[in-house]
Design a protein around this ligand. Sequence first.
Ligand code: UDP
Length: 337
Amino acid sequence: MKILLTGGAGFIGSHTAVELVNEGYEPIIIDDFRNSKSFVIENIEKIIGRKVVFHCTDIGDQEKISSIIKQEKPVGIIHFAADKAVNESVKNPLKYYHNNIVNLIKLLSVIDKHNIDSFIFSSSCTVYGSPSFIPVNEKTPIQPAFSPYGYTKQVGEKILTDFFKTKQQTSLTMLRYFNPIGAHPSSLIGELPLGVPSNLVPYITQTAIGKRKELTIFGNDYNTADGTCIRDYIHVVDLARAHVLSLKNKHSYNNIYNVGVGNGKSVLEVVHSFEEINNLKVNYQFGERRDGDVPEIYADNHLIKTELKWEPIFSLKEALHHAWAWERELKSKYKIG
Ligand code: UDP
């Protein structure tokens, strides 16, 4: 069964392509490498041991997307293609409104003319804003978004819910990602931040390898045990597996699931776990709070565990070990770093 992955060469998309093949699906990858590199496709092929279907296309190009759908006839679509940096969205909101909302509407206009069994959307825990209680479950009231990025995910969920209400033959699943980290255990695919990373773990690995002088921890005066922000860090392979399970989901036509391990870790805890598992030191200093950051959020993942029988397999330390192995691979093989 063919599954179309928009943004399938990206961090989560590439790992999902591998997991799809492991479960007997045929991924059809669309990407224009604006946030990735062509060697990712080659490395997916190394992991799965065969060729993968790939189309180098801008997701906003409706004519091309339409002809790919006509040609490939996918039964499902997983829509990853979007921008994802909270802080960048504060500085450049129009980029986010364009890529995350305008392009979503364009994609749906194309899909409108085709029959699709499943549509899976990359949503985010940022839809909860700064929640009034933690852990958040899927019924936790949505608060105003803290960033344009979070707002695009709130609006995206609403657009999809309204659109698919008119198409009861399609099962819609919106996965609210917590903080994906790590890399494939083979060290063949992983996160590929272009320029200065905005996410914590790639910043840690780039500091450890000497590409960055020091990590700045954004704020140590939050009302948390050690003063730094709390997040729910999930191994990217575990997150990828949630997409595959969503395709098999027969629960209802409109599904929302938190995908997090259900465990809050502070920025300092992540830094120290990284140091411990990899037996090295990370140079860091404390800096100002970052715009758009909520102090604390982690998942109640009861729903996805019971309905999809999803369980995270990897620990935080394993994820940090894989992230470090990937960073070293980037430096030695691809001269990135
Ligand atoms: N963070 C940090 N220094 C960095 C990058 C991130 O202290 O260079 C913190 C950030 O303030 C947040 C946590 O790490 O509390 C996770 O941030 P990330 O950007 O990875 O994910 P987000 O939760 O913003 O999506």
